[in-house]
Ligand binder design. Structure first.
Ligand code: PHE
Length: 341
């Protein structure tokens, strides 16, 4: 078992499966968003929580944060009616029961207003709206981090082409920033109502002949089946867990496609929220730290080249080193030690 603890509880108010996975607190209290989404079965939601919380440990470590990884998943079943407020209060109670070992934030299916509801039951919540004492919506900051990664990968954006796959809260911000920067952008989403600019089908977007493919929807899109059809030169986007399996990074490498690890590219939200809410940095300083994602990516890509390996492997080694040094120096903070804003 890789995870420190996993709580699965049927919410007493909502009747829904509430899953909180705490992967690691070796570097500090675990952080990771609350995902509310349909799954074929709640066990699929559990799988997602296990994978996503482990990815958060890597994300925090690569971002240089003194935090570990966790995730909340509320598994909905197709077509069932559910009560948002009851569900969020149930989530808040489960998080409260962890005594500070884990704090949540927004993710797929939740936003800053939902964090206010969760906060009725526990203080361990990021990204409430500013009027409610939080740092607000993290999507714009996550998008800034993606753009910093893109600049590190390809330099000047205006002469390059991009395919944005998924126009949710983060993807649509990235789309706008690229368009404003004068880049050539095509986009797609499973939801046609999000249509804007040059619009293609999800399949065309995935296989577009562009400088960079930007996965901005759900994970698992890079597989042994999809990789042979790709025509991009590089891939960098905010979607979590883009590879179906670690070995797919080698397939991308063999095809000469540079894959920027999503754990590096997607860290803007947690960097900004922890900077403002826990470290009491100014918004400008926090934004500067988000732009640091560019330098992190460059150093991991260089490390990979020097070691003759993939950026994915270089990132994995980096995380391993950071976690090992935390264990060695005995810097294992007790659960319940998350400083409150
Ligand atoms: N969805 C965010 C992520 O995956 C979660 C988050 C954002 C958690 C901000 C805390 C603060 O990184």
């Amino acid at each position: 078992m890789d995870h420190e603890q996993v709580v699965i509880k049927r919410g007493p108010r909502s009747g829904l499966p509430i899953i909180v996975a705490v992967h690691s607190t070796a570097l500090g209290p675990a952080i990771g968003g609350c995902r509310i989404k349909e799954y074929p079965h709640w066990r699929n939601g559990l799988d997602d929580a296990l994978r996503l919380s482990a990815a958060m440990t890597s994300k925090s470590a690569l971002a240089g944060l003194r935090h570990g990884g966790g995730k909340t998943v509320v598994a909905l079943s197709a077509g069932t009616r559910w009560d948002r407020r009851e569900t969020l209060l149930d989530v808040g109670d489960v998080i409260a029961g962890l005594g500070g070992a884990y704090a949540t934030g927004p993710d797929v299916g939740t936003g800053p207003d939902d964090m206010v509801t969760i906060a009725e039951r526990t203080p361990y919540v990021f990204c409430r709206p500013a009027e409610a004492g939080g740092s607000g919506d993290s999507s714009g900051h996550t998008a800034q981090g993606v753009v910093a990664a893109l600049r590190a990968l390809v330099g000047d954006l205006s002469s390059k082409s991009f395919a944005v796959l998924g126009l949710g809260r983060v993807g649509s911000e990235v789309w706008k920033m690229l368009t404003d920067a004068g880049a050539t952008v095509i986009a797609s989403d499973v939801d046609d109502r999000k249509k804007r600019g040059t619009w293609v089908s999800p399949q065309e977007c995935l296989t577009a002949d562009v400088d960079v493919l930007i996965p901005a929807a759900l994970g698992g899109l890079l597989t042994p089946e999809t990789v042979p059809a790709l025509r991009c030169r590089a891939i960098a986007g905010p979607a979590n867990n883009q590879l179906d399996a670690p070995a797919t990074a080698d397939l991308l490498h063999a095809r000469g496609i540079r894959w920027a690890p999503d754990a590096i590219v997607s860290a803007g939200g947690i960097i900004y929220a922890t900077a403002v809410e826990l470290r009491h940095e100014t918004p400008d300083r926090a934004a500067e730290q988000v732009r640091g994602i560019g330098a992190t990516l460059t150093s991991v890509v260089r490390e990979a080249e020097a070691a003759g390996t993939t950026p994915a492997e270089a990132a994995r080694r980096h995380v391993e080193r950071v976690l090992a040094s935390a264990n060695l120096s005995g810097r294992v903070p007790a659960a319940g030690s998350l400083p409150l804003p």
